[in-house]
Design a protein around this ligand. Sequence first.
Ligand code: TTP
Ligand code: MG
Length: 390
Amino acid sequence: MILHLDMDAFFASVEQLDHPELRGQCVIVGGSSNRGVVTTASYEARRFGVRSAMPMFEARRRCPHGIVVPGRMRRYKAISRVVMACLRQFSPLVEQVSIDEAYMDIKGCERLYGPPVKMGTAVKRAVRDKVHLTCSIGIAPVRFLAKIASDAHKPDGLTILAPDEVMPFIDRLPIHKVPGVGPKALKRLQTMGITTLGHVRHIKPETLTHRLGKFGHRLMGLAHGEDDTPVTPWTAPKSFSSETTLSQDLSDRERLLRQLLHQAADVGRQLRNHGAKARTVTLKIKYADFQQITRSTTVPHPIQSSEVLYEQATRLLNPDLLHQKIRLIGLGASNLVADHTPEQMNLFDVGPTGRVDWDSVDQAVDAINEKFGRNTVNKANLIDPAAKPR
Ligand code: TTP
Ligand code: MG
């Protein structure tokens, strides 16, 4: 069985959560100018016909008392991460497909969580307890039906399609609800007299592929309740790197270190964005004669901080390596672990002044740079000495 979860009126619900005065109100998230469009609307506003992607002037016309709020993507992303982590507590087979939507393969979960209805209820409760928001869940034997089921009783719905309910459900299912049926396909299907997915079974497969191409073949499979699209959990990249071909060949260590400082900032940011830490740091050098070498080091404490990456890179850039001019320099981080992996603290590493918490420094710098633009805060030694002070 496959479970599909979709948060209810996601951005609007987050606004209502964070601003209690908006609860029970018609909330419209989107660009407030009349040229803006609606991103989403609370269920209260949907009663007045406000919909996602509708021009804002139209939304205001339909719902003049609606409260228009701009979106706060960072906040929605943060909540999305918590929701996904919540799902992963039930099974590692989770595939996130959008900011508020994920599939989970729940095959084998029965022993732990009981029948689908219990499992669905438990997931909904876990999400509500963690982020104080409601979601809708669909559970079905195949992926496309799980998605349709989650939409069937929104908001706060739980819809389960048992295997023996699948065919009757398909027979009644309006064709426009089938994922992949866009306006063009819908028109063609309608001209063939098809209004439900069940009707598709009565058409000759050749006719269907003739009219709809490859999608016709898939649609016939769906009409028989067959959809072998698996749930594919996201897998982390194996490494991150940053490299630069220099504008002129160099053997000046100071100038090469400045490149590495930039690259450490870049690789550190990639690690933090992906929630990963690296055990191995690699320096890559291509000499003027195109000969290439790498030097690596593996550290006991996985690294995420740009500062610590730079420290390691500095050690790797041994003066012996500068016997010839360099045309390309690069820094890589590999041997990754998730950043919540528990780690052994070093008992003897703490100096009299204590340790600098570079992870917190990086997080603060990332937050400022994300809000105000790249390089708003930067290392003093990345400032070009030739540039005039502002
Ligand atoms: P949806 O899940 O499609 O919509 P929703 O969660 O707001 O409402 P529903 O209860 O029907 O699921 O999309 C999730 C979020 O993605 C939504 O809150 C806002 C954003 N979004 C856009 O930015 N643009 C769009 O066109 C749509 C449809 C959604
Ligand atoms: Mg949603």
